[in-house]
Design a protein around this ligand. Structure first.
Ligand SMILES: [Zn+2]
Length: 366
């Protein structure tokens, strides 16, 4: 099995161990697991049980689906009110029977119920994947917003329209199995909770921040002198984006250190959030240490024809602010992104990159 994440096994193991420690030492988290195990056991006997579905009255089935939908994360619960459920009940019923009964493989099933011939508008992955997980506990992961956010931290884009739902689901499933291969205590339910830990619990977020593959890059851009030639040759107008690098689970566009080095120089080695922010002085060039942050993140490059790895799109930040713009609570993060957007908007237009603030915020999961 190949590691689908761009970090080493030992770093993943560290993350898993710290998650398990947190999980085992926090009663509330153990409760979460118990509650979900119970939930899964209940629906295995009902919604994933052919006899129950065929023998139950419409009313009884309705109640069971409704109760199930109340256990789902996020906006799915709000949208799936009673009237809507009544209108779709016969289609939901036939999809459940399809999941239970058909010999189609898992990935064809998820294709059919989410984007293929059996799709029901509004009943998307948040509704179906927990059920698939009950039907296929060792192959079918839960797929919700936490999953998207977790993968996006590692540069794996699950929102892209360039992959089908079943291709993305296969990526998630393989990645879950890989994590499981690193620690046999993990099952898919725990891994789902690991996503929660890594994307919403401060302790987990910090740990993720330490392992995401950015540190080396930030180190490498500190000395602008080594890039003088490349910087001199930089165009002022739009440049077509470069060639992506493909690995098994994602494509990415490599960042050129010279572009970021130039951005730090343009900012005169200060923090663009607040020039008063001070950092340590580096030995190699006697300059304060600042980091490069791509305002429009490089994961958006696939959606944009012109290169966004340009000083015009790169903000110089102190490590504290860099962490904040990626990790801070929603409101503050939004304010930071909006502020830099106002400052950089015109410069971005000059290099042929036009993006609305709403679109930009969506790349920050805002
Ligand atoms: Zn700062």
């Amino acid at each position: 099995m190949q590691n689908p994440f761009p970090v080493s096994d030992s770093e993943l193991i560290k993350l898993i161990n710290s998650f398990l420690l947190w999980q085992n030492s926090t009663p509330k988290e153990q409760e979460w697991i118990n509650k979900n195990q119970k939930r899964n056991a209940r629906y295995k006997k009902t919604l994933l049980n052919k006899k129950f579905i065929e023998d139950s009255s419409e009313h009884k089935l309705h109640k069971e689906i409704f109760d199930y939908s109340r256990t789902l994360d996020g906006p799915a619960i709000i949208r799936l009110g009673i009237p809507r459920l009544k209108g779709e009940q016969s289609r939901i019923k036939s999809n459940l029977l399809y999941i239970i009964d058909s010999t189609d493989d898992l990935f064809l099933k998820i294709h059919n119920v989410i984007e293929g011939k059996y799709n029901i508008p509004l009943y998307k992955r948040a509704f179906w994947t927990p059920l698939l997980n009950i039907a296929y506990p060792n192959n079918a992961p839960n797929w919700n917003n936490k999953t998207q956010n977790f993968f996006s931290l590692f540069g794996i884009d699950l929102e892209t329209k360039k992959k089908t739902v079943s291709e993305k689901y296969r990526i998630i499933s393989e990645a879950f199995k890989y994590l499981q291969s690193l620690n046999s205590k993990l099952d898919f339910l725990l891994i789902d909770h690991l996503m929660h830990y890594a994307t919403t619990v401060p302790r987990g977020e910090n740990q993720i921040f330490d392992i995401i593959p950015d540190k080396e890059f930030q180190e490498s851009i500190q000395d602008v002198r080594q890039y003088t030639k490349e910087i001199k040759g930089l165009s002022k107008g739009p440049i077509k984006r470069g060639k992506p690098v493909e690995n098994i689970s994602s494509i990415s566009f490599p960042r050129k250190p010279a572009r970021s080095a130039k951005a730090l120089k343009n900012a005169n080695y200060t923090c663009e959030e607040n020039v008063k922010h001070k950092t340590f002085i580096q030995e190699k060039n006697s300059k304060h240490f600042f980091e490069a942050h791509h305002l429009i993140p490089m994961k958006a490059q696939g959606d944009i024809e012109n290169d966004i790895d340009r000083p015009e799109n790169i903000v110089s930040l102190c490590p504290n602010c860099h962490r904040a713009i990626e990790k801070l609570k929603l409101k503050q993060r939004k304010e930071m992104v909006e502020k830099f957007y106002e400052i950089r908007k015109n410069k971005l237009e000059k290099i042929g990159v036009i993006m609305s603030i709403d679109k930009l915020l969506s790349y920050y999961n805002i």
